[in-house]
Design a protein around this ligand. Structure first.
Ligand SMILES: Cc1cc2nc3c(=O)[nH]c(=O)nc-3n(C[C@H](O)[C@H](O)[C@H](O)COP(=O)(O)OP(=O)(O)OC[C@H]3O[C@@H](n4cnc5c(N)ncnc54)[C@H](O)[C@@H]3O)c2cc1C
Length: 407
């Protein structure tokens, strides 16, 4: 690898990296493209790690693009290699394999890492986090032997892991510091629905409880101790308490960072040749006026496509509606839009078994959460940008939202 060549250097090995490269090429970027990723695998589909991959030892990773795609598009991959540092002013990256790489344009697609526990005992063995396929393989192996699993944090990842493990006849306890599950991401009605779903299937769910320490024997975790002194037996602890964006490289360059690398609608940072996309980036848009750092496949993919186009000199802007999903048992939760700034919530009548919650800001519907209602979700993704859903439409449980597209 010549250190002198002109190139687009992409740091990271997931959706944002892959899509930035693919779309730079597709839009006519003709220089070298190099992706450096610390993970040894080809960029792969991450959501199954807390779902099917955790349950089934025969489950295969799904690569986002084939090896042939990268070579056909002259996208070089340096896998299993970390960008250790970036030197401000010189446009040079230092890699963990000892090489230096020069670049004209840099795309940071470094994602986020699992937030770590800091309490006493957090460094005991069998305390696990889930971010990469390496984490998932390890978790699958240790939980296979375990009887008692304690999950700390009732967010998407914690609850997905709990649902997988309780179906494998493990004794699963979930501890959540706030007063409801999924508190950061769904309405109280939806939290209630998922709490019941987990309790009905045998998960012991403790809300408004915090972990004081972890206790072990011979360096391996054995008990989780709560602030009120309660002790819970644990062969394995799974921690799902959110994530922290990887900002170190951006900060070395002096790129503006807040709760993520701050980018504009072209995914460009405050330094003209530095782009960022995905979990590491923060961006305000009409659908995300608060500039919340989004962690989703949709966001990483679509924001990176805009970065790739901008790198190739094609002017597009990122203003897509955010959407998310989570699979727990046979329940598919889908969310279209973001609820921030909502003034009212409307529960679709008759939807107790499989609820849908509609958020309105004054008369405009801005977010829809639904369970096992793919038609509502698809309709919401198409209708929210057009502001077409009204409260009156929701009065009739049989009303087909998709019909509004014709209105
Ligand atoms: C277990 C799990 C389940 C999920 N389920 C869902 C879901 O159901 N639906 C949904 O929408 N989203 C889900 N997500 C979130 C989704 O996977 C992320 O939003 C998405 O992966 C973000 O992509 P990204 O490219 O921005 O970053 P990431 O996927 O975080 O990838 C960043 C990559 O950069 C690499 N990297 C970091 N620093 C360096 C460096 N210095 N040098 C080289 N490489 C580096 C990392 O190793 C990693 O490969 C899930 C996430 C996890 C972890």
């Amino acid at each position: 690898m010549s250190p002198e060549r002109q190139r687009l250097l992409i740091v990271g090995g997931s959706y944002a990296a892959c899509e930035t490269a693919a779309h730079a090429r597709e839009n006519g970027y003709g220089e070298d493209i190099l992706i450096v990723s610390e993970e040894p695998e080809l960029p792969y589909d991450r959501p199954p790690l807390s779902k099917a991959y955790l349950k089934n030892p025969n489950e295969k990773l799904s690569p986002l693009r084939t090896a042939a795609f990268y070579s056909a598009n002259r996208i070089d991959l340096e896998l299993g290699t970390r960008v250790v540092s970036l030197e401000a002013g010189t446009n040079k990256a230092m890699l963990s394999n000892g090489e230096n790489v020069a670049f004209d344009i840099l795309a940071l697609a470094v994602g986020a890492q699992a937030r770590r526990l800091t309490c006493v005992g957090a460094d005991l063995r069998n305390v696990h986090y889930l971010r990469s396929v390496a984490d998932a393989r390890l978790m699958r192996a240790v939980t296979a032997e375990a009887e008692n699993v304690v999950v700390i944090g009732a967010g998407f990842i914690g609850l997905e892991v709990a649902s997988m493990l309780v179906q494998q006849q493990k004794q699963v306890t979930v501890i959540e510091a706030t007063d409801r599950v999924l508190a950061r991401v769904v309405a109280p009605e939806m939290s209630q629905f998922f709490s019941s779903a987990h309790r009905d299937r045998g998960v012991k769910l403790l809300t408004s409880r915090t972990v004081q320490s972890l206790e072990g024997e011979n360096g391996v975790v054995r008990r989780v101790v709560l602030e009120d002194g309660t002790g819970i037996d644990a062969d394995v602890v799974v921690v799902g308490v959110g994530s922290v964006p990887n900002l170190e490289l951006a900060q070395q360059l002096g790129v503006h960072c807040a709760n993520g690398i701050v980018v504009d609608a072209r995914s460009r940072s405050n330094q003209a040749n530095v782009f960022a996309a995905g979990d590491c980036a923060a961006y305000r848009s009409p659908f995300n006026p608060a500039g919340i750092r989004l962690e989703s496949v949709q966001n990483a993919t679509e924001q990176a496509r805009v970065a790739g186009a901008a790198i190739a000199g094609v002017d597009t802007s990122y203003d897509a509606l955010p959407w998310f999903w989570s699979d727990q048992y046979d329940l598919k939760l889908q969310i279209a839009g973001l609820p921030s700034g909502a003034t009212e919530r409307v529960l679709r009548p008759g939807s107790g078994a499989d609820p849908s919650v509609f958020y309105f800001r004054d008369d405009a519907c801005i977010c829809v959460e639904s369970v096992n209602r793919p038609r509502d979700h698809i309709a919401a993704r198409r209708l929210l940008p057009r502001r077409k859903i009204s409260k009156q439409d929701l009065q009739d449980v049989d009303f087909d939202l998709l019909s509004l597209l014709k209105r």
